[in-house]
Design a protein around this ligand. Structure first.
Ligand code: NAP
Ligand code: ZN
Length: 346
């Protein structure tokens, strides 16, 4: 058993504190990973604050994990000591249901095992990547391509795949007009990926403050949603809208921006229910959809796609003592564009 240093939170209004957690002995197909960097996803904040429902504290969040394999179980086939690897939002699934067999483990009919705030097959609560070590079954470990550094690899494991998957599923590509709502952690990945897929990309951000960055990341257009003219000008324009906003927004206004048969996909997961007027769907045969991360096979495909197209997140590296401050800044939309914890500072 390995004792890992970690940062844990004891309740919805509590600050992070230093903690020690036990990582289980390696089962036959387990891999022990020494974590180098862990990204801070807005989902960590929703969960740590108890916004999505009751949480068993103490909680160690973190599902954007990059590190090195330091030990392997006796029957591990895919990885060896020294491999550069990543772990995302899930560390298990039934492996047998139709969705698992189709490589969509995130939609496991028995329920996936979340990297933190979940329960593993041994009945133990899972604890995430704000820690020095983690034990993960090899089937839920990803290979980090050689040309992607550990610090920028970490956010790909959630922000990267969560935007790649719907862009892939709804066939973003040449000739498609795509809007990305919100240019935070997920949004700034979506811009780069949609651009690399060949689509025309428009950012819809609250203000024009990040406009220059948006263009540098590959956006073709950039509009402020605080300006009502934006919604008049772009009415009926987009084939696909990816909404990455972590809060309640006026969906009806955004549905009006879709063309005939256009789709608005929510990846943003605010705690409050969103409301929409179905007339906005009926009138132009539009769809409203959701999407959750991506399967393991697709996550590897995304990593290789990012390696090929030189796509990495823009990050701000912080120490383990700066997590509370980083959470405040994410909540204030003051993040450019992902905070990543340097685990050596644990
Ligand atoms: P983030 O870095 O905080 O980005 C969210 C962005 O939304 C902000 O940067 C801001 O962009 C915009 N925004 C925030 N509050 C807003 C408001 N009140 N009105 C309008 N726009 C607002 O968060 P993230 O890590 O990208 O995560 C975004 C959401 O996706 C979270 O809800 C998270 O839980 C969810 N998520 C879902 C999945 C999934 O599998 N579906 C996976 C990961 C995360 P601008 O400054 O550009 O306006
Ligand atoms: Zn996430």
């Amino acid at each position: 058993m390995v004792t890992a240093k970690a940062r844990a939170v004891d309740g919805p209004d509590q600050p992070f504190r230093a903690a020690e957690i036990k990582r289980r002995d390696l089962d036959s197909h387990d891999v022990l990973i020494e974590i180098k960097y862990a990204g801070i996803c807005h989902s960590d904040i929703h969960t740590a604050h108890g916004e999505w429902g009751p949480v068993n504290y103490p909680l160690v969040p973190g599902h954007e994990i990059a590190g090195i394999v330091t030990a392997i179980g006796p029957n591990v086939l895919k990885y060896t000591i020294g491999d550069r690897v990543g772990v995302g939002c899930m560390v298990g699934s039934c492996g047998e249901c139709e969705n698992c067999r189709n490589g969509e483990e995130q939609y496991c009919l028995e329920g996936k095992v979340d990297t933190y705030a979940g329960v593993d097959k041994y009945g133990e609560p899972t604890q995430g990547g704000y820690s020095t070590h983690i034990v993960v079954p090899e089937d839920f470990v990803l290979r980090i391509p050689d040309n992607i550094e550990f610090d920028v690899a970490a956010p790909l494991l959630c922000a990267g795949i969560t935007t790649y998957s719907p862009l892939n599923h709804w066939a973003a590509g040449s000739g498609k007009k795509i809007a990305i709502v919100g240019m935070g952690g997920l949004g700034h990945m979506a811009v780069q990926i949609a651009h690399a897929m060949g689509a025309e990309v428009t950012v819809l951000s609250q203000t024009l403050k990040k406009k220059d960055d948006g263009y540098k990341l590959g956006a073709d257009n950039y509009y402020a949603t605080s300006d009502t003219e934006t919604f008049e000008k772009l009415a009926g324009y987009f084939d696909l809208i990816i909404n990455t906003v972590s809060a309640d927004i006026d969906l009806n206004a955004y549905l009006g921006l879709l063309t005939l048969d256009g789709t608005l996909v929510n990846v943003g997961a605010p705690a409050e229910p969103l409301s929409l007027n179905v007339i906005n769907l009926i009138g132009h045969r539009r769809s409203f959809a959701g999407s959750m991360i991506g399967g393991i096979r697709e996550t590897q495909e995304m990593l290789d796609f990012c390696a090929k197209h030189n796509i990495v997140p823009k990050i701000e590296v912080i120490t383990a003592d700066q997590i509370d401050e980083a959470y405040e800044r994410v909540l204030a939309s003051d993040v450019k564009y992902r905070f990543v914890i340097d685990i050596s500072t644990m």
